[in-house]
Ligand binder design. Structure first.
Ligand code: MIC
Ligand code: SF4
Length: 755
């Protein structure tokens, strides 16, 4: 599990030259983001002048991280790239497939049993191709990466949208689909649209009930779920330097919720403390030698408006704790206004479950702050009203907080410790409920709260807050309670108030762990055999997608016009479907089942234009496929928001959808569509969305002259014989157009292999 010191040295060695070259053309001071990006331009690109505003740029990331639910598809693709070993250090983390039901031990052993085939597959592919393997129980990808692999000034990609968590240690870490990971592991450059820069200046200092989580809950409220699209968010200022590295990780992690490409903090004393505390003194010492390159230039931070495309300022001393939700992470409520919002909106005030932990908030500091509240419940004779669960982010954190007595405190309060895994965060939660039709509330310290995400129940109102606020609410069992001002009645009938949380940033006795759960790959993996049973329901080797036929797409039927929010959870639901992440045909049976049909306001019910009947989306699409009829999916704003799962792009491709036409796309999903050879286009005028009628026959014109920056045309043939025609935009560059023509990027790699 050793971090790669030689690799880090090499990265640091090129910093001075690269940063000087970046400064040269204009002499302008540089942001941290620009320095890291420039230091990671791939060789060819680095020779070109560094210019902001250029469109797509090729990068050479230092590392790749993959979690089990997305690694299966990433590695199934990599296996076809014909390379003996991965080109950059890479790891696989088994965290998403463990279902939370009873508690850590029982759940983990059940998971090992039911997921054996998948774990064995991932372990043997890792062994063969030189990939580090973190076994089930080792922890959640982002926490394990922060503790072991993240380093200031580095660049990483990961097949999970919360990969930016590593920005807390000064790394540019970006969430991608498996096909992108496959390219980087194959030694190919990785392309990214050059981002806009958003600067967040933090002044003041946190105190009392407010924590790092509240910074990002506030930012989400300001920027909304699409405000960070195409941007990297750089945090700076004295307030930033006062935050722990893990607190910074929380902020960067949840930057995914505003659609940001990633978020980053500069290297500072807090980062050095964390590196030393996690037994990486050598990295801190190395980083110290190039400190000035691992933060933005002083002139930039003194006059941020001149260097960032947008600047937000937050005074930590005035920041209130926040609660965000329900159903979307950007509905931000300062705690002083939350009770009124609950009443006004008629959200269920009784809190049924409080859940803390996850990749976002399970640091030592988080756990100790939450435990300081839990302890008061015991000491002040308060009976915890809601159910309460704790998901530690890694075995190292779990072992350490257990050693220091904090898990015992939670148990006394009535808490249940779940496995070191995603569990309830991604619908892997066998929640016990007496009546699923009842409107109910839960609150978590996770990051996402889309409808149905945690327990599959559309009646569950999920809110997001810091672990200490979640703990306080769980004790009160009431969302109209304000822990900062209100009292609770204890078992002796007395009115008691909760004191402010107290946390410890780094364990005084240091971190400890008995078995971190890491398995190193074989030195020579050439003899390792990777088996995929052709009868398996969980794994399926990939067949190439068909190339473009060379003509316009005419006569498409409308599969669905999705209304409102259509996240990757709506397109390819997680929870019970996670088990099919390695089997494209089986998982395709969940395609778009969560999307709301514009014409009947119902999920998973669309008109089959062959039979005239309404039916489920996947079955309807399979019918079209069998009849060789092309279809189109129409969607609203920020289509594909959320996860990095490329299944949301591969399923429609596999089932014969020809194009996705929406008002706007979330970044990762748009790239995933392009990589898989799907046509992803946007309305030039979003009002044209209203012109799409249920029985339309649709043509997409202009594909024979498909070129970067050139609009395509959509023609609608309505049922009454009239037509509408309008321009649509796309963001394909020349290379991406080649992917489209070839039927997917992997087909090009396959072709190159064949020569
Ligand atoms: C999520 O938080 O939505 C997930 C589950 O971690 C996803 C990855 C996946 O769908 O497997 C993500 O964030 O990318
Ligand atoms: Fe896992 Fe949830 Fe984190 Fe995604 S957000 S990696 S599902 S804990």
């Amino acid at each position: 599990m050793a971090f790669d010191l030689d690799m880090i040295k090499k990265v640091y060695d090129r910093y001075s030259i690269r940063v000087a070259a970046a400064r040269k053309p204009t002499g302008k001071p540089l942001t941290l983001t620009e320095k890291i990006l420039y230091a990671h331009l791939s060789e060819g690109e680095a020779r070109k002048a560094f210019a902001r505003g250029v469109d797509y740029v090729d990068f050479a990331p230092d590392r790749v991280a993959m979690q089990d639910a997305t690694a299966q598809m990433a590695l199934l693709q990599f296996m076809q790239a014909g390379r003996p070993k991965v080109a950059v250090p890479s790891t696989v983390h088994c965290d998403h497939l463990i279902q939370a039901k009873i508690g850590a031990d029982a759940d983990l052993s059940t998971a090992k049993d039911i997921n054996k085939e998948v774990y064995d597959f991932l372990a043997s592919v890792s062994d063969k191709y030189g990939i580090g393997f973190w076994k089930p129980g080792a922890g959640i990808i982002h926490q394990v990466v922060l503790e072991n692999y993240a380093f200031p000034g580095g660049m990483m990609i990961g097949t999970d949208s919360h990969t930016p968590n590593a920005g807390g240690l000064g790394m540019i870490a970006i969430g991608v689909g498996g096909a992108d990971a496959c390219d980087v592991m194959a030694g190919l450059p990785w392309e990214l649209k050059f981002p806009k820069l958003i600067g967040v200046k933090l002044t003041g200092k946190l105190s009392g009930w407010t924590s790092a989580k509240d910074v990002i809950l506030k930012v989400a409220g300001i920027l909304t779920v699409k405000g960070g699209t195409g941007a990297i968010v750089e945090y700076f200022g004295e307030g930033a330097q006062s935050l722990s590295a893990t607190g910074k990780g929380t902020i960067c992690n949840m930057g995914a919720e505003i659609g940001a490409t990633t978020s980053v903090f500069g290297y500072d004393e807090k980062a050095a403390i964390y590196l030393r505390g996690t037994k990486r003194e050598e990295i801190a010492a190395l980083a110290d030698t190039i400190k000035e390159h691992l933060t933005g230039d002083a002139e930039v931070y003194a006059n941020p408006e001149q260097y960032f495309d947008q600047v937000i300022e937050i005074n930590l001393s005035e920041l209130e704790p926040h609660v965000n939700g329900p159903f979307t992470p950007d509905l931000a409520w300062p705690i002083s206004k939350f009770a009124a919002a609950v009443k006004e909106n008629n959200w269920p005030a009784t809190l049924e479950v409080g859940l803390i932990g996850s990749c976002t908030n399970s640091s030592y500091e988080d756990i100790t702050r939450a435990a300081s509240i839990a302890k008061q419940a015991v000491d002040k004779h308060l009976k915890t009203k809601a159910e309460f669960t704790i998901t530690p982010g890694s075995e190292q954190v779990r072992y350490t907080v257990d050693r220091d007595g904090y898990l015992g405190t939670f148990a006394e309060m009535g808490g249940v410790v779940l496995a070191n895994a995603c569990g309830p965060c991604i619908g892997q939660w066998a929640r016990h409920t007496d009546d699923p039709t009842r409107k109910n509330s839960i609150i978590t310290s996770f990051n996402r709260n889309f409808a149905k995400r945690q327990d599959g129940n559309p009646n569950t109102h999920a809110f997001v807050a810091s672990p200490e606020i979640v703990t306080a609410f769980a004790i009160a069992g009431d969302l109209t309670f304000n822990p900062l001002t209100d009292t609770l009645t204890n078992e002796q009938g007395q009115q008691v108030k909760l004191d402010e949380p107290q946390g410890i940033e780094m364990p005084i006795k240091g971190y400890a762990v008995e078995d971190a759960g890491y398995q190193a790959p074989a030195e020579d993996g050439s003899k390792v055999e990777v088996k995929v049973d052709p009868r398996s329901s969980r794994l399926q080797l990939l067949d190439p997608f068909a190339a473009w036929e060379g003509t316009d797409l005419n006569g498409l039927k409308l599969l669905i016009k999705a209304k409102g929010k259509c996240t990757t959870d709506h397109i390819s639901m997680a929870g019970p479907w996670l088990k099919f992440r390695g089997h494209l045909d089986n998982i395709s049976n969940n395609m778009l089942i969560g999307a709301i049909n514009y014409f009947n306001n119902t999920a998973d019910s669309v008109k089959n234009h062959v039979t005239g009947e309404y039916g489920p989306v996947p079955a309807t699409q399979r019918d079209y496929k069998a009849n060789n009829i092309g279809t189109i999916v129409v969607g609203d704003e920020n289509y594909g928001e959320g996860s990095s799962r490329e299944h949301a792009a591969m399923e429609p491709r596999h089932l014969g959808v020809r194009a996705i036409l929406v008002k706007s796309f979330a970044r990762i999903h748009e790239t995933n569509l392009k990589k898989q050879g799907m046509l992803g286009i946007t309305f030039a005028y979003s009002a044209d969305y209203d012109k799409i009628q249920e029985d339309d026959i649709i043509d997409i014109k202009g594909l024979t002259t498909f070129a970067p920056g050139k609009q395509l045309t959509v023609v609608l043939h309505h049922k009454d014989g009239s037509t509408d025609s309008f321009a649509v935009n796309h963001t394909y560059n020349a290379q991406q157009i080649e992917w489209f023509k070839a039927g997917g990027a992997l087909n090009i790699i396959r072709r190159q292999m064949a020569v």
